[in-house]
Ligand binder design. Sequence first.
Ligand code: NI
Length: 169
Amino acid sequence: MALLPILCYPDPKLHQVARPVQQVDARIEKLIADMLDTMYDAKGVGLAATQVDVHERLIVIDISEQRDRPLVLINPKLGWTSAEKRVNEEGCLSVPGIYDGVERFDAIEVLALDRDGVSRTVEADGMLAVCIQHEMDHLLGKVFVEYLSPLKRNRIRTKMLKLQRGERD
Ligand code: NI
C-alpha cells in the first residue's frame, strides 16, 4: 500500500491537461492501486491522476457505502449526455473543507478502458454521474471551484493558501 501526496488548490499543477494513457501496463496497474489506497485513506469518493501529479487520463471512483466497489476509468470520453442538468453540492480532496453547488448533466454515458484495458461503456446518473464529471474535469486541468463566482473563488484561494501555511482563519 502506498499513499500518494494529493495536490492542493491553488497548485498550478492542478491545471495541467492530462494526456491519454498509452498502455495499461504494470506501471498503470501500480498507479491505480496507489490511487485507490490514497482515495480510501482520504475518505474521498473519487480521485483523478492529475491530483497526484500524474498527468495521464485516469480516474478512480467509489461511491459505495462499503467502499468495496472501485470503478477505474482510463482515457474516459463523454458520450451521450442528458438534456437535464442539476446543481449538486460538490467537494474535492484538493480543496479540503470546501463544498459548493455545481451544475452537471443529470445522466451521462462514458466510454473508457477498465483496469484490464478492456473498452467499456458506463451509464451513470445521480451521484456517480456527478462524480465522473467532476473527475473528468480534473483531467482537463479544471477544479470545481472554477465554476464558482470570482469572489468565492478568491476567498477559497486565500483560505487554502493560509491552510497550507498552517495558519488559522
Ligand atoms: Ni476533485
